[in-house]
Design a protein around this ligand. Sequence first.
Ligand SMILES: Cc1ncc(COP(=O)(O)O)c(C=O)c1O
Length: 438
Amino acid sequence: MDTPIDFKVVTEKIKANNITDFSKATIRQIKKLVDDIQQETGDKYIRMEMGIPGLTPSKIGIEAEIKALKAGIPAIYPDIYGTRELKKEISRFCKLFLNIDVDPEGCIPTVGSMQGSFASFMTVNRIDPQKNTTLFIDPGFPVHKQQHHVLGNPFENFDVYNYRGDKLRDKLESYLSKGNISCILYSNPNNPSWICFTDKELKIIGELANKYGVIVIEDLAYFGMDFRQHYTKPGEPPYQPSVTKYTDNYILLISSSKAFSYAGQRIGMMVVSDKVYNIKSENLLKNYIFDTFGKAMIFGTIYSLSSGTAHTPQYALAAILKAVNDGKYDFRKDVLEYGEKAVIMKKLFIDNGFKIVYDMDEDNPIADGFYFTLSYPGFEGHELLKELIYYGVSAITLSITGSERTEGIRACTSLVHRSQFPDLEYRLKKFHENHPPK
Ligand SMILES: Cc1ncc(COP(=O)(O)O)c(C=O)c1O
């Protein structure tokens, strides 16, 4: 077969890695496969499987962290609830970029936003014995479902593709009215599809959360990265769209991995609304010595998981947030590169017969950013992914994200260098030639 990457090597490596069904292959399995092929052939792939930030980490963070390291901070246990300075800056950040008031007490650093979601799922599902199930508005980040499997927590999910706008209300209500849902989780902008909920949709989610007493866990891993708008001017609208405008039943998960390129230090923010922080429930006493949600979360769950968050990254994040809050650092400028690359990459794919799967936010074309989704006529997602591996392009299937668009794959822009665009173009042209759409 005339493919850009040696056909025999790719076939051998797929077999050696035991990938019999690409629709079930995890991100890490694809990564390992591509690493193996690259090593054997010396060919460099267009790597779009993993959402690693492709930019240099925030300098402000590094300098603050070095200072803290030199000052001997590693010798001291961090407080479980986080350093005073960081809690203050997280609360300020919420005021300045979401226009919400949250007591610094509910602003809690976590070991990446992943720990924030794990801790939230664990604690939220213990408030009310009738409500033990999470509802995912999919597509979504597969690890959140893995966290449910690990915890043994039940979840339900639906693909929002056919339920945008007003249609979302009835669909959500069909789940919430059953009475078993404790929380709703979605990411916005969304991993993997990069759809962003409109204000109308966030209002629907917020109103129903109020009506059914459900907590919305809003994953803002890509805060401010819907580049159609400029959401990062402190204290000035437009603010990052969020359900917090419509309900006080929220926990926010704000990652520093992508917005501040600080993924390696595993530090994120969990923001618990004042209302949720102060929820009281006898049921919490089954697992905690506190009947107040916020205290159970910090002194029960977070204490048990990791006894707080590593100390010096808290200094880094506090310094980054202070600069952002003071208007001295507009992180949007640094991450805009993802959106600019997406414009070029999407065009290369579309020019060669591909289609964007999740393409609209109600009446508006989706933004260009960290991810986009693709399909090709005549292919299911798992077939497309396998075939693209022979063309030196890697991605993941949408089927592992709770999406019903089984024809789709997810592309991530972060690790693809602009210098690789000619290679990408050549490989996609070859793919198009070898697979003329019928
Ligand atoms: C939607 C979403 N949530 C959470 C995370 C993880 O964030 P963190 O690195 O802060 O744990 C990611 C990372 O890819 C993500 O895409």
